[in-house]
Design a protein. Sequence first.
Length: 465
Amino acid sequence: MNILIIDDEKILAGFITDALRLQKYNVFQAYTAEEGLGILQKENIDIILLDIMLPDKNGLVLLKDIKSIDDSYEVIMITAHSSIKDSITAVKMGAEDYLVKPFELEELEVTIHRVVEKIKLKRELNILRNKDAVIKLNYYIGTSKNIKDAYALAMRVAQAEQTMVLIEGESGTGKELLANFIHRASKRARGPLISINCAAIPDQLLEEEFFGYEPGAFTDAKKRKKGLLELADGGFVFLDEIGELSPMLQAKLLRVIESKSFIRLGGDKEIKSDIRFIVATNKDLKGLVNKGLFRDDLYYRVSVMPIKLPPLRERKEDIAILVSEFIKSLGKTMQTNVRGIENDALDLLLRYNWPGNIRELKNVIERAVMLTDTEKIGKEQILLPQSAESNYKQTYMENAARAVLETKEPLYTVINQIENAVILKALERTQWNVTKAAEELGVSRNVINYKFRKKEIPAAPGKKE
């Protein structure tokens, strides 16, 4: 991020510059309005810290000039106590926020961080609108149509203020990441996102976490505790693995969704909370409804807008992108020299079916980075829980069987065609050396010569028959 400071107090400008450069921002300084406008013409600036009082122009007038050049500039006003009213006016004119002198370093960093996150989100939304772009959030998501469609739908859902969202997908497909995206893309982005894993907490504790409790509600309840539903007021609650909720908690959750209110354990006062829910599951909720394990009225409430996240095996074109991004991020945190992956190692990853999805892929790459002493991960460092080669062969055999059934040709004819194709490939690899090709295939030379005589495979190029 590029930040421009326009302030004639050189000591303060220098202090801010040093602090932000320690946070890895690119910082430019200007001491007058004219200098600031000159830098804006030359540099690609993202955020502007603008003092209200400048020697050559009032900050409010300069703000208007800046916004007329490009309304996307994020401007944070710097003001003294006496000009707070002007700062409020500046916010109405399009400034993002203001800092009152003297301010603490922590206050500056928090404000900058919030604006940076807003800029990142705007860029993510713009990327999603470009159907040919690679989606990048916390890490690269991919270019496959199904994942981009899922995030495009999530972007639309985020803008619908009251719509509930059901995220479906296998474990490790990125359901929590998508929930975070919806939160950040919504009008509630400044509100909290409270995440609860319904499968990880026993029912009694989960009820306490949901609703909170009053003193004396049970033996260990010494003082009042606010529940997560109360703490999420103005934001989102993300319920992961909602299919694991007990019937009792399903009923209570349904009441919260319908009334937007609840009562603390041991209490009698109804508490209102403005919450929007995102729920996720790796199970077939409709199937659970049919079996009587999930309330049908709750199901119809939470499934207003279902979003299906595809498993990694259905979007293998994204594996190379994900691997590259994992290597980059792990290289920073683990301080290694690993910069990439060898083709044969990547080929091994592409052959594997990834039952654990993105989470499993990240774990495999993390192990590989730890085991790699060179700049590129090799095949030897890819440790999979089962043989990718056998997995690949199994997939190949299944595809071959499907093809046989679809052609509706006699089995002998199809097998003979496959046999001819394999022999021909072996001959091409060995430059038509029949002995070597037979050794590779584990057959006699006579088998290949027989195919020549029957003219089921062609003779070597340039050789007269």
